[in-house]
Ligand binder design. Structure first.
Ligand SMILES: Nc1nc2c(ncn2[C@@H]2O[C@H](COP(=O)(O)OP(=O)(O)OP(=O)(O)O)[C@@H](O)[C@H]2O)c(=O)[nH]1
Ligand SMILES: [Mg+2]
Length: 852
C-alpha cells in the first residue's frame, strides 16, 4: 500500500520548492503568495510508493477562498496518510495559525520548520524539541531552497503515517471555551471519530454552515449547540468565530514565548530595502526604471552578436567564426563599389523619384550586371540568360561612353564628413570589377543548417516544390523564430531573478496603490506578472481573485502584457524602426512593455465605469516575503521552463503553421487554374491563397496604415501563435535566400509593411494588444466559463487594439507627415475623445447598485 503525504502551509512558505525537490518535478515557484492554485501530485523520488501532494497555500481552513476549499477538502475527505505542515520559520506567529487548525484534523502531522537558513542568518534561535512538545507532533528544521532536511522530514512523515499517530497538542484555549468545546463534543458523541471530534466541535462552536450541512445534525442537537454558543458569546461579549480566532492567537503566542529567542534589533535588511523600493514616491519610478532596463537589455544585447550567430550560423547561409574584421572591410569595399555602380547607372537611366529607387530601366542594367558567367556544364537557359544580360550591359556601356557621362556621389570619410565625388566611366568600370567577397576566404566559415539542407536537397535532385517548402517555408519560418531565442533567454533570466528574489511581489504592492485609485484590485497584478512569460498560466492565475467581476476583467485584459512570444515582434519592430542604427531607438522595446501596462490600466478604468463591471474593488492583502538571493539553479530552471516551452512550440505548432503558411503562399491561381505557383515569376505571391485571404481582410487595417495583404496575413497567422508573426514575415520576405550579417529581416519587414514608422508602430500595437494565441484563447474560454464572456473578451481585445492602432497611425503619422488629414483622422479623434470621456467622467451610478 502506498503512503500519501500532503504538503500544506501558508502561501509562499516553500511548499512547491519542497515538492519539486522531493519529486523531481518542475512546478512553478515564485516569491509571492498564491503561485500554486491547484493541487499537484508526484511520486517521491527515493520511494515510489510514497505519493506527495502539493497544495495551494492557505492562511486558514475556513472555506472562504477557492484555494482554501481545495486544500481543506483534500485534507478532510481526501484523506492523506500524513500531512507535512510547512511553516515559514521567520514568521512563526502567522504560520502557526493554520498549524493550530491542522493539528485538530485527526491526521498525523509533521511540522517542517522551513526557511531555517534565513532564521540562522537573522541570528534567531528556535527550540525545536520544545516546539515539538508543545505542538504534540514531530518538528523538523528544513531549508527547501537549499535542499536541507528534506529526507528527514519525509521519513518523519512516513513514520507518523505508519504509526497513525495523531498530534496531541498542548495548545489549549481559555478554560471557559475549552468547557464549551467539551460540551459540544459530548453532544456529537460517536457521530465523528474521536480523533476528529475536537475539529468538528470547534467548527460547530463557530457555527460554520459547511460543517453543519456536512454532519446532518438533528434539530435538537443543533439547538443544544446553539445554546452552548450563545452562553459563551454573552459571557465574553464577542461572536464565537472571533473568540476562537483570538484564543488561537493567544495559544500561539504562548508557544512562541516558550520556544523562540529573537536577536533582532531595529529593521531587518528586507525592511530597509522596502522603505526605498515601496516608497510612495520612489516605488513606481524604480519599477519603471528596472523594467526599462530589462527590456532594453534583452532587445539590444540580445540582438547583438548572439542573435547574428543564431540567425546566420544556424538557419542562414553560415557564420564566420574568425577573420570577421577583414571580411567586413572587404564587404564594405564591395558595398561602396556597388554604390558607385548604381549611381553611375541611374545618372543615365534615371531614378524612380516617387519610390526613391532606381527606375525600371536602371534596375534592368543593375540586374544584368549581377548575372554571373555560367559554368561550363550549365544548361542552355542559363547560357541564354547570360548572353542577354551581356547585351544589356553592352548597350548601356556604349551609351555611357558616348555621352561621357559623369555621376556625382556622396562619400563619407572616417570623420563622418561628407563630400561629393565624381564618378566617370573609368571609375565605373573599376567598381564593376570589384567582386563580392566570399566569407569562406577570410577565416573559419561554417555553413548554416539552412544552407547545408538547401545544398543537400539541390544535389539530391529533390523536387523544386519540396525544396521551396523546406527552404522558404520551414527553414525560413522556424529559423526566424529560433533566431530570437537569445533575447528570450536574457529576458527570462532577468525576470526570473526579479521574481525569485522577491522584488515582483513588491511590484504588486506598488501597483495596488496605483490600481486602487482607479477602483481596480492589486490582486489583478499577479496574473499580469505571470503574463510577461506566457498568457496561459496568467489567465489560470486569475482563479485566486474571489470577486467575479474583478476576475472576469482581469482575464479580459491580462494578455495585453507582452508575453515571451510577442517579444520577437517587438524586436522586429525595434529593428525596423532602427533600420540598423539602434542607438536612436533604444527606448522602443521598453515602451511597448509599458504600452501593455497602460492599456490594462486604461481598460480597467473604462470597463469599471460600464454597467457590466460596476462595484467596489476587493481589498488586497498581501504580506511581503523576505528578500533573498535566488540560487543560480532556481533562476536557470525558471528561465529554462519558459524558454523550453518556446522551443517546443517552434518544433510543433510553428513547424506545422509554417507548412500551412507556405502552402497558402505557394498555391493559388496559377494562370491555368488552381495549382502550384511559379516561384520565379515576379510577385507570384500576389496570386496565392494567402494573398486572397489577406486581401479579404486588408480593408480592416487600411486605417491603421498597413493595408497590403502581407501585413493582414501576418496578423492572422499571429492568432494561431504569436511566434508566427515573425515566421510569416520570414516566409513572405523570403529571407532564407539572403542571410547577410545586417538584420535583413528587419529591413524586409519594414518594406513589407510598406509604410513608415507610424504604420510599423500601429502594426506592432495591434498585434500586441489584439486577441492572444489559440492556447491562451482556449484558457480564456475555460476560465470565463461562458461563451458570452469569451466573445466579450475577444471582441474587446481586438476592438481596443484596433482603436489604439488607429490612433497611433493617424496621430503619429500626422506629426511625421506620413499621413494627411482624412476621414479616418476624424474617426481617430472621435475615438480618442470617447476614451478620454470614459476615463475622466465620474463613476456613474448604476441602478442595480443603488438597490443593493
Ligand atoms: N531562503 C529560503 N527561501 C526559500 C526556502 N524555501 C522556499 N524558498 C523561496 O520561497 C519562495 C516561495 O516558494 P514556493 O515554493 O513557490 O512557495 P509555495 O509555498 O509553493 O507558495 P504558494 O504556491 O504561493 O502557496 C521562492 O522564492 C523560494 O525560492 C528556504 O528554505 N529558504
Ligand atoms: Mg506553490
Amino acid at each position: 500500500m502506498g503512503i500519501r503525504i500532503a504538503l500544506a502551509g501558508n502561501p509562499n512558505c516553500g511548499k512547491t520548492t519542497m515538492f519539486n525537490d522531493l519529486t523531481g518535478a518542475n512546478q512553478y515557484v515564485g516569491n509571492w503568495p498564491g503561485v500554486t492554485v491547484e493541487k499537484k501530485e508526484g511520486k517521491y523520488t527515493k520511494d515510489k510508493e510514497v505519493v506527495i501532494t502539493d497544495l495551494p497555500g492557505i492562511y486558514s481552513l475556513s472555506p472562504y477562498s477557492p484555494e482554501e476549499i481545495v486544500a481543506r477538502d483534500y485534507l478532510l475527505d481526501g484523506g492523506p496518510d500524513a500531512v507535512i505542515n510547512l511553516v515559514d520559520a521567520t514568521n512563526l506567529e502567522r504560520n502557526l495559525y493554520l498549524t493550530s487548525q491542522i493539528l485538530n484534523l485527526g491526521v498525523p502531522v509533521v511540522l517542517a520548520l522551513n526557511m531555517m537558513d534565513l532564521v540562522e542568518k537573522n541570528g534567531d534561535k528556535i527550540d525545536v524539541d520544545g516546539l515539538s512538545k508543545q505542538l504534540g507532533c514531530p518538528v523538523v528544521p528544513t531549508s527547501a531552497l537549499r535542499g536541507r532536511g528534506m529526507e528527514d522530514v519525509v521519513n518523519a512523515a512516513i513514520e507518523a503515517a505508519k504509526a497513525k499517530k495523531v498530534p496531541e497538542s498542548q495548545m489549549k484555549f481559555d478554560a471557559v471555551v475549552e468547557e464549551a468545546i467539551a460540551k459540544i463534543e459530548g453532544i456529537l458523541g460517536s457521530k465523528v471519530s474521536s480523533s476528529t471530534s475536537r475539529w468538528y466541535a470547534i467548527k460547530l462552536f463557530e457555527g460554520e454552515q459547511k460543517t453543519i450541512d456536512d454532519l446532518k445534525l438533528s434539530a435538537s442537537e443543533l439547538k443544544a449547540i446553539d445554546e452552548v454558543r450563545d452562553a459563551i458569546e454573552n459571557k465574553l461579549d464577542d461572536d464565537a468565530e472571533s473568540i476562537v480566532t483570538s484564543e488561537r492567537y493567544n495559544a500561539i503566542s504562548h508557544v512562541i514565548d516558550k520556544t523562540v529567542k529573537r536577536s533582532r534589533t531595529g529593521l531587518t535588511t528586507s525592511q530597509k530595502i522596502d522603505r526605498v523600493v515601496t516608497n510612495r514616491w520612489l516605488g513606481l519610478p524604480i519599477f519603471i526604471a528596472i523594467m526599462f532596463f530589462v527590456y532594453w537589455l534583452a532587445v539590444t544585447v540580445g540582438t547583438g552578436p548572439v542573435t547574428d550567430w543564431a540567425n546566420d550560423g544556424i538557419s542562414g547561409d553560415g557564420y564566420l567564426y574568425t577573420g570577421q574584421a577583414a571580411y567586413e572591410e572587404a564587404e564594405g569595399e564591395y558595398e561602396d563599389a556597388q554604390g558607385v555602380v548604381e549611381a553611375y547607372v541611374t545618372s543615365i537611366y534615371g531614378m524612380d523619384e516617387a519610390r526613391d529607387v532606381p527606375s525600371d530601366e536602371s534596375q534592368e542594367v543593375l540586374d544584368a550586371l549581377a548575372v554571373a558567367e555560367p559554368e561550363d556544364d550549365a544548361d542552355e537557359d542559363a547560357v541564354a540568360e547570360y548572353e542577354d544580360a551581356q547585351a544589356t550591359v553592352k548597350d548601356f556601356e556604349e551609351k555611357a561612353e558616348a555621352e561621357k557621362a559623369v555621376a556625382a556621389i556622396e562619400v563619407e570619410d572616417e570623420d563622418g564628413v561628407t563630400a561629393e565625388e565624381e564618378v566617370d566611366f573609368d571609375a565605373y568600370k573599376e567598381a564593376v570589377e570589384v567582386a563580392e567577397p566570399d566569407p569562406a576566404d577570410y577565416g573559419l566559415w561554417i555553413p548554416g543548417l539552412g544552407a547545408i539542407i538547401a545544398d543537400a536537397m539541390e544535389s539530391a535532385d529533390v523536387a523544386p516544390w519540396l525544396q521551396s517548402l523546406v527552404n522558404d517555408g520551414i527553414v525560413a519560418g522556424v529559423g526566424a523564430v529560433i533566431g530570437f531565442i537569445p533575447q528570450m533567454i536574457i529576458l527570462f533570466l532577468l525576470l526570473g531573478i526579479l521574481e525569485l528574489c522577491g522584488y515582483m511581489s513588491r511590484v504588486a504592492f506598488i501597483m495596488d496603490r496605483v490600481f486602487r485609485k482607479f477602483g481596480l484590485s492589486g490582486k489583478s497584478f499577479i496574473p499580469m506578472l505571470i503574463a510577461s512569460g506566457c498568457g496561459v498560466p496568467a489567465v489560470m492565475a486569475t482563479k485566486t481573485i474571489e470577486n467575479e467581476m474583478d476576475r472576469r476583467m482581469t482575464i479580459m485584459t491580462t494578455t495585453m502584457i507582452p508575453c515571451g512570444a510577442k517579444m520577437p515582434i517587438i524586436a522586429l519592430v525595434f529593428g525596423a524602426l532602427a533600420t540598423g542604427n539602434s542607438d536612436d531607438t533604444w527606448w522602443v522595446a521598453p515602451l511597448f512593455y509599458f504600452m501593455g501596462v497602460v492599456a490594462i490600466i486604461i481598460s480597467g478604468i473604462m470597463l469599471k465605469k460600464t454597467k457590466l463591471f460596476a462595484g467596489e474593488a476587493t481589498p488586497f492583502v498581501m504580506e511581503l516575503p523576505e528578500y533573498h538571493m535566488p540560487t543560480v539553479k532556481s533562476v536557470l530552471l525558471s528561465m529554462w521552463e519558459r524558454v523550453k516551452g518556446y522551443i517546443i512550440k517552434a518544433g510543433t505548432i510553428i513547424f506545422l503553421s509554417t507548412i500551412v503558411i507556405w502552402f497558402l503562399m505557394n498555391f493559388g491561381d496559377a494562370g491555368d487554374g488552381f495549382g502550384l505557383l511559379d516561384a520565379d515569376a515576379p510577385d507570384y505571391m500576389d496570386y496565392s491563397l494567402m494573398a486572397g485571404l489577406g486581401n479579404l481582410l486588408a480593408w480592416i487595417f487600411a486605417p491603421l496604415g498597413f493595408d497590403n495583404w502581407q501585413a493582414a496575413a501576418t496578423t492572422i497567422t499571429g492568432l494561431v501563435a504569436k511566434e508566427n508573426v515573425v515566421a510569416t514575415v520570414g516566409i513572405i520576405t523570403q529571407l532564407s535566400s539572403y542571410g547577410e550579417s545586417d538584420p535583413a529581416l528587419w529591413l524586409g519587414f519594414g518594406q513589407m509593411i510598406g509604410g513608415g514608422a507610424a504604420a510599423i508602430s500601429a502594426f506592432c500595437a495591434f498585434n500586441l494588444l489584439c486577441a492572444p494565441c489559440f492556447a491562451a484563447m482556449g484558457t480564456i474560454r475555460q476560465q470565463q466559463a461562458s461563451a458570452k464572456w469569451f466573445w466579450i473578451t475577444i471582441g474587446y481585445l481586438c476592438g481596443f487594439a484596433w482603436c489604439v492602432g488607429l490612433m497611433i497611425y493617424q496621430f503619429v503619422g500626422l506629426a511625421t507627415g506620413e499621413v494627411g488629414f482624412s476621414f479616418w483622422t476624424i474617426i481617430a479623434i472621435a475615438v480618442a475623445a470617447a476614451m478620454l470621456f470614459q476615463i475622466f467622467r465620474p463613476m456613474p451610478k448604476h441602478k442595480d447598485e443603488q438597490t443593493k
